[in-house]
Design a protein around this ligand. Structure first.
Ligand code: 2AM
Ligand code: CA
Length: 260
C-alpha cells in the first residue's frame, strides 16, 4: 500500500527539521515565517513522493508548483507550526495528504519532536503510531475548544474574539497550540472536541481532516460543506455532528457572511 511508502519518506524528511542552525525569514507580513528547514523538507518530499507516484501534482505551502489538475495531487505543509519550530516549541509537524480526483485518500501528520505519527487511509480508520484512535464522546459543555485569532489576517480578529468568547462560556476551556494539523489530530485522538479557525489553507487541514473523519469526527467550512482543497477556508471541526452544528450556528450568529 502507498501509505507504507509515504510514512518512511515523511520520517526521513523529518531529519531535516534540525534543532538549531536554520535560517528564519519573514514572508509577507511579520507574523508569517519560513525557515530553511521548511524549504529543505518540501524539496525532499516533492522529489521522493514524485518517485512513488509518477505524474502526480503538488500543492505545497512554500512554493507554487503550478498545475494541480492531476488525477493524483499531493497536498503538503512541510512544517505546520513554523512559528513554534523556530522557537523550539515541540508542537510542529510535517503534513502530507494524497488526493485522488479532489478527494483526500491518504494522510500523514508527523510531529518529530514528540515522535507522534498520525495517519489514515480512507475507509480504513485512523492511527497514532501503531494504535487505532477515536474521537471522544464528550458533549459541547464539556468540550475542550481549540482555536486561534486569525494570525495572518488580524483584521478578522474581532470576529474571532466574539465567537471564541461565546464558545468558551459554553464549553470546558480554550487552547491554541499553534499547529492546525496537530490540533485536528489531537481531536481525532479524543483529546479535544471543538475547533474553529477563521481562515486556513488546504495544506493546514488536508491530511488532518481525513485522519479526523476516519477517527469518527466531522469538519466543514463556513457554508457547512466540505473543506476546500483549492482555496483558503474557514475551518470548523468537532467530535460529532451535533457539536459541529452548534459551532456553525454560533459562527453564523456573529458572521452572516464570510468576510473574505
Ligand atoms: P504554519 O506554521 O504552517 O504557518 C493556524 O493556527 C496556523 O497558523 C497554524 O497551523 C500555523 O501554520 C500558523 N501559526 C501558528 N502560530 C503562529 C504564529 N505565532 N505566528 C504565525 N503563524 C502561526
Ligand atoms: Ca507551514
Amino acid at each position: 500500500m502507498l501509505i507504507e511508502k509515504i510514512k518512511p519518506i515523511v520520517l526521513e524528511a523529518s531529519q531535516l527539521m534540525v534543532h538549531s542552525g536554520f535560517d528564519v525569514k519573514q514572508k509577507g507580513d511579520a507574523t508569517n515565517l519560513v525557515t530553511s528547514s521548511d524549504l529543505a523538507v518540501q524539496h525532499f518530499l516533492v522529489k521522493r513522493l514524485a518517485e512513488i507516484l509518477p505524474g502526480s501534482g503538488f500543492l505545497c505551502e512554500e512554493e507554487d508548483l503550478g498545475d494541480i489538475r492531476h488525477e493524483y495531487v499531493w497536498i503538503i505543509d512541510p512544517i505546520d507550526g513554523t512559528a513554534n519550530y523556530a522557537r523550539g516549541i515541540d508542537h510542529c509537524c510535517i503534513s502530507v495528504a494524497l488526493a485522488h480526483n479532489g478527494e483526500v485518500i491518504e494522510g500523514v501528520v508527523y510531529s518529530p519532536w514528540r515522535n507522534e505519527m498520525y495517519w489514515a487511509v480512507k475507509g480504513s480508520g485512523a492511527y497514532l503510531n501503531d494504535s487505532p484512535i477515536r474521537v471522544s464522546d464528550r458533549p459541547f459543555k464539556d468540550g475542550l475548544f481549540c482555536t486561534a485569532m486569525s494570525t495572518y489576517r488580524k483584521e478578522f480578529a474581532k470576529y474571532c474574539s466574539d465567537i471564541i468568547y461565546d464558545i468558551f462560556m459554553r464549553s470546558n476551556d480554550t487552547r491554541r497550540f499553534g499547529s492546525a494539523a496537530i490540533e485536528l489530530c489531537m481531536m481525532a485522538a479524543g483529546k479535544l472536541e471543538l475547533y474553529f479557525e477563521m481562515r486556513l489553507q488546504p495544506w493546514d487541514y488536508a491530511a488532518a481532516s481525513l485522519i479526523l473523519s476516519e477517527a469518527g469526527g466531522v469538519s466543514c467550512g463556513f457554508d457547512g460543506g466540505p473543506l476546500s482543497l483549492s482555496k483558503a477556508s474557514m475551518t470548523l471541526a468537532a467530535n460529532n455532528k451535533d457539536n459541529l452544528e452548534e459551532l456553525l450556528s454560533t459562527v453564523h450568529r456573529y458572521l452572516p457572511e464570510l468576510p473574505y
